[in-house]
Design a protein. Structure first.
Length: 525
């Protein structure tokens, strides 16, 4: 702990710095372009398989996923848009939790379909974090695999899943009779068998009828159902040769109700491509077109698909070519992905397993947010891109042996240590409690709160104001304007002085400049 004399001496020194800098009052909003964040919100055990993602009303990710170590379902509700602080993790079911699919009801409470003890189960959370009032129903007791979930206009779940009958898997759909799936459920009429895969994706059209895409070992089909449960008047079309896909098929409906599909093409003799199919009508009966936005070696695994505000596809997926596996994002340049596509490798240090999947949504600005599983570390990861194309500085995850969940330049192990001067007594999931801003121009913080690269860097921005919601990992455009990386709020009452909070929108003397000066010499190297 610093002595009072040292604090006063440092404060006087900082006042001299402030007197020598030029104050900037008009600044751009931070995080307007480029960059992005990757966080690892759960690292305890083998966690993160079969992750499914949605955003709450504040844009904060909510993720359901499987804890393989303990064979249980977990639900993460992030405390901010990048999952860097204030996260809540609950375990609403300790009896299995694989193949999860998540949606948020009208109140913002998670609804999760998954495979647990006894078969297909449905979790209806009692609050936004699944901490109380939860309801769990066994929907179908036969042996099940894989799920895809959507909610109808009344908040009643509609679920597609693979059902084992005898020795064969068949596609099945259930339309729940109430939000908890405890009564009045309607099951689909017989759908064709789907061999060994039965990957599916379901959506509701404007009339509330289900549209189902699914794969078999040899083909891919689209079914436009006559009702939500696919119990009558189903129309099956578009059987495309696929041949032993290892990825989940993903489907969304465009503004005209026509299916758009993304999948991994594993035809024999090919390296594996990312494929998109654009149906020519709502039944996929005619006028269908294909695109191959990425035909790199063994690419397209585990795709997840969304359409931006212009109807252009955005897809997350993995490439498993020679070298480290990569998480990639493609943003198509037009509605048919025929030109102007942007492809970015956003995490080059993951490992992909056979059941690898991603889950992608677009935030209010159209920026991709992706949850996925990293088999190198057996961790859940969340990517939040800093622009529509996920371009900018590299946001690849830190090395396996020194995880830094909040990307503040101080490893988790150091932040959990006893010595505050070594980065200890801090929250490993809070970016803001270690005031290391590096030089403000290149890369991640370097692990030391120094004079020139940190104290001077903050002092040169004294008086700057801006949007406190910007991404601190996005490189600043200049050396004097406002940027969230250089801004903090005061510690809460009773907290240690280095436990500073998220940005307050102004880089001032007593909180920011004195705050960084107080941490002078703290090091996590």
């Amino acid at each position: 702990m610093r002595s009072a004399i040292l604090i006063l001496t440092t404060a006087a020194f900082v006042l001299a710095i402030v007197a020598s800098v030029t104050v900037q009052s008009d600044t751009d909003s931070a995080g307007a372009a480029g960059g992005g964040t990757i966080t690892t919100p759960d690292t305890i055990g083998d966690v993160g398989r079969y992750a499914s993602l949605a955003l709450d009303s504040s844009g904060n990710p909510v993720v359901s996923y499987y804890d393989a170590t303990n064979d249980q379902l977990k639900v993460l509700h992030c405390g901010d848009t990048s999952c860097s602080s204030g996260n809540s993790i609950e375990t609403p079911d300790t009896g299995g939790g694989s193949f999860t699919s998540l949606a948020l009801d009208a109140a913002g409470n998670p609804v999760v379909a998954y495979i647990g003890t006894g078969g297909l189960r449905l979790l209806q959370c009692g609050d936004e974090t699944c901490s109380s009032g939860n309801s769990i129903a066994l929907v179908d007791g036969a042996n099940q695999r894989r799920t895809s979930l959507t909610l109808d206009g009344l908040g009643n779940p509609v679920i597609s899943y693979a059902k084992l009958i005898g020795f064969d898997l068949y596609m099945s759909v259930v339309h729940c009779g109430n939000p908890t799936c405890t009564a009045g459920n309607t099951f689909s009429a017989s759908l064709p068998d789907c061999s060994n895969r039965c990957d599916s994706s379901i959506a509701l059209d404007g009339a509330g009828d289900s549209v189902l895409a699914y794969t078999t070992d040899e083909s891919q089909r689209v079914v436009h159902c006559g009702d939500a449960a696919c119990s009558a008047s189903n129309v099956t079309n578009w059987s495309g040769t696929l041949a032993k896909s290892f990825s989940y098929v993903e489907m969304v409906l465009d503004g005209s109700g026509r299916p758009v599909l993304a999948f991994h093409d594993q035809l024999p003799g090919r390296n594996g491509d990312l494929k998109l199919v654009f149906c020519g009508d709502t039944d996929c009966a005619s006028g269908n077109q294909r695109a191959t936005p990425d035909n790199g070696e063994r690419t397209g695994r585990g795709p997840s698909l969304a359409l931006d505000g212009s109807g252009f596809p955005v897809v997350s997926y993995a490439q498993t070519a020679t070298g480290p596996d990569q998480l990639k994002v493609v943003h198509c340049g037009d509605a048919m992905c025929s030109s102007g596509n942007s492809i970015e490798a956003v995490d080059a240090s993951i490992s992909v397993e056979q059941d690898f999947s991603t889950s992608l949504v677009l935030d209010a600005s159209g920026y991709p947010v992706v949850s996925y599983y990293d088999a190198i570390n057996d961790d859940l990861k969340v990517l939040h891109c800093g622009n529509e194309d996920c371009t900018g500085k590299s946001i690849a995850a830190l090395p396996t042996e020194e995880p830094d969940s909040d990307f503040d330049g101080c490893t988790d192990a150091a932040e959990l240590g006893p010595d505050e001067k070594a980065g200890g007594q801090r929250d490993p999931n809070s970016f803001w409690d270690f005031y290391d801003v590096s030089d403000g121009d290149t890369g991640n913080p370097e692990g030391v709160v120094g004079l020139f690269q940190d104290i001077f860097a903050v002092a040169f921005r004294f008086g700057a104001t801006g949007d406190p919601s910007g991404d601190p990992n996005t490189p600043p455009d200049d050396a004097t304007g406002y940027h969230t990386r250089f801004d903090r709020s005061a510690p809460e009452l009773g907290m240690d002085p280095w436990d500073m909070g998220a940005p307050d929108g102004t880089i001032d003397l007593f909180i920011d400049i004195f705050g960084v000066a107080y941490q002078f010499g703290h090091a996590c190297q």
